[in-house]
Design a binder for this molecule. Structure first.
Ligand code: CTP
Ligand SMILES: C[C@](O)(CO)[C@H](O)COP(=O)(O)O
Length: 266
C-alpha cells in the first residue's frame, strides 16, 4: 500500500523545461537538483529506477520530499528520464509535496554528469547554493541536508556528506586473463577513507564552472570541484542516506520506512 494516500495536491507547481518555474524565488537562495534519469541497470529489469516504488511511493517522490523537507530549499529541479518527463510531472502533481517549494522537471542525459549539467542549466537567477541529490538516495534525513547547506553557507565551496567505511578496502590491478584472480597492489589506510553520499552542496558559481571545465566522466560532482583545485569538505553522512543500487537495497529501504512508521507511532 502507498504510504501517501492523499490525492493530487493542487499546490504542486511543476514548470516547463525552459527553466521558467512558476514562482521560484521569493527569497529563494538554495535549490536542489535531483538527477533521476538513470535506468537502474544494477537493480534489474523494470521501470527506470527513480520511478520504482518503495512502499507504493516512487523513489523520486521520496527524494523530492527529502529535499523539500529542508526549509532552506525553495526549488527542486528534477532531471527525468528523457522519455519520462510527462510521467514525472504527473507523479509530482499527484503526490503531496510542501507548498512552499517549487518543482521543475527537465529531461536528462546519457550520464549522471550530463543530467546534472542539464539541471544546472535550468536554474533561474537568484539561486546561490545548489544541492545535487541522487533520486537513488530516497531516504536521506533532513538533518543531513541541512548540515550540508549550513557548511556551504559557512563558506565551503563544496560539501559532501560521508561515512567511515565498515570494510577494509583493497586496491587491485586488472586480472591477467578473464576469470583469473585480481592481484592486490595496496591497502589504503581505512581511517582516512570516507564513503561519500548525497546531497552534495555547492556554491552555485563553483559548480557551474566545474561542469563547464571538467570534460572527463566522473562519478560525483565534488570530484569536479577538486579538479579545479578548490576546497571540498566532508560533513557527517547518515546510514539511511544509502544509495538504492541493487535488489537487496530495496528490501533495506522498505525496512527503514517500516522502522520510521513504528517510531512515528502509526
Ligand atoms: N544518465 C543518468 C544516469 C544516472 N542518473 C541518476 O544519477 C543517480 C545515481 O546514479 P545510479 O545510482 O548509478 O543510477 P543508475 O545510473 O540509474 O544505475 P545503474 O548504473 O545501475 O544503471 C540516480 O538517481 C540516477 O537516476 C541520471 O540522472 N542520468
Ligand atoms: C554521487 C554518488 O552517489 C556518491 O556516492 C555516486 O558516486 C554515484 O555513483 P554511480 O556510479 O552513479 O552509482
Amino acid at each position: 500500500m502507498s504510504d501517501d494516500p492523499r490525492p493530487s495536491s493542487p499546490g504542486v507547481r511543476t514548470g516547463a523545461s525552459t527553466g521558467a518555474s512558476t514562482g521560484a524565488s521569493t527569497g529563494a537562495r538554495t535549490a536542489a537538483v535531483i538527477p533521476a534519469a538513470g535506468r537502474g541497470v544494477r537493480l534489474g529489469p523494470g521501470a527506470p529506477k527513480a520511478l520504482r516504488t518503495l512502499n507504493g511511493t516512487p523513489m523520486l517522490i521520496h527524494a523530492a520530499r527529502a529535499m523539500a523537507a529542508s526549509r532552506a530549499v525553495s526549488l527542486v529541479v528534477v532531471v527525468a528520464p528523457p522519455d519520462g518527463t510527462a510521467e514525472t510531472k504527473s507523479l509530482l502533481d499527484a503526490h503531496a509535496l510542501p507548498e512552499r517549494t517549487d518543482f521543475l522537471v527537465v529531461p536528462g542525459g546519457e550520464s549522471r554528469q550530463e543530467s546534472v549539467k542539464l539541471g544546472l542549466d535550468a536554474l533561474p537567477p537568484g539561486i546561490d547554493i545548489v544541492l545535487v541529490h541522487d533520486a537513488a538516495r530516497p531516504l536521506v534525513p533532513v538533518d543531513t541536508v541541512d548540515a550540508v547547506i549550513d557548511a556551504v553557507r559557512d563558506g565551503a565551496p563544496a560539501v559532501v556528506p560521508a561515512l567511515p567505511l565498515a570494510d577494509t578496502v583493497k586496491q587491485i590491478e586488472p586480472a591477467d586473463a578473464p576469470g583469473a584472480p585480481e592481484p592486490v597492489v595496496a591497502t589504503p589506510e581505512r581511517s582516512r577513507l570516507r564513503a561519500v553520499q548525497t546531497p552534495q552542496g555547492f556554491d552555485r558559481d563553483t559548480l557551474v564552472r566545474a561542469h563547464e571545465t571538467v570534460t572527463e566522466n566522473v562519478t560525483d560532482d565534488a570530484s569536479m570541484v577538486e579538479q579545479l583545485g578548490l576546497r571540498v569538505v566532508v560533513v557527517p553522512g547518515h546510514e539511511e542516506a544509502f544509495k538504492v543500487t541493487r535488489p537487496l537495497d530495496l528490501v533495506l529501504a522498505e525496512a527503514v520506512l517500516a522502522r520510521r512508521r513504528l517510531n512515528d507511532g502509526f
